[in-house]
Design a protein around this ligand. Sequence first.
Ligand code: SER
Length: 312
Amino acid sequence: MKKILITGASGQIGTELTTYLQSVYGHDQVVASGRHDDIRHHAIYEKLDVLSAVQLIEVIRKHQIDSVIHLAAILSAQGEKNPEALWQINMNGLYNVLEAAKETSAAVFTPSSIAAFGPETPLDHTPQLTIQRPRTIYGISKVAGELLCDYYHHHFGVDTRGVRFPGLISHEALPGGGTTDYAVHIFYKAIETGQFSCDLGPETFLDMMYMPDALRAVVELMEADPAKLQHRNAYNISAMSFSPSQLAKEIQKHLPEFRMDYDVNPVKQAIADSWPNSLDDSCARAQWGWRPEYDLSAMTSHMLKVLGSRSR
Ligand code: SER
């Protein structure tokens, strides 16, 4: 990657990825974009709606972009409230990005998710290639997106790559409307009030990852030798798997007064129950050297340190 366009740059991933890519490739090599006027970035910024392929092509040509990191999307729980909007943004947005990439020879990274799996998928050590019959509109858009990216690679030679992200934990921008959001909000509440009401049940295991690992995964996959990539869209990657009760116990090691109760959201619980407990990421490890650095304990210490220092 040399000159990079990020769509959805104000989201949970985009906010930190913009800064990270600037640090790796240089400040002026990264163009952040989003549907709104910029309020957040210290970056070159374009107001850009992914529902316009024409605008996408204009911006790619204007900045001589060679790689698009396409993040603009609606998350799982939000998508169940408005499936039509999700289909518009997640599917048509991706289609436009791929069309623009075909026209301009840009490479494309777009994330898939643990949501691309469903209740018939093996729950533990979920294989790279397995049954994918998700029940959420978000998950359906992710499976369709994986296949569409493969299609553009095989038929049009577009350099498409992606990973199946687990729930992402971070401290810069909040996630909006996902099923795994509790694992972020819990840290803010632990610091602010010492208590948290969890919307998933205590034994709901899900795959999770700390944002620094996720950012590194994007760069490492995009820089990987294409000859070694057998599963471009999309690689299972994993870092830790835990339940809400385990996360609460880990936080209590630092904040012994912390208390958590449960107010289960049935929609989110049903979604979480249909997703894997933990993914097998051996293909990513073998084909492009994927290795997570943060486990539950290291992530928890770091989150509390960063948010704690901010609250003082
Ligand atoms: N974190 C996402 C969500 O919960 C999963 O990709 O929707």
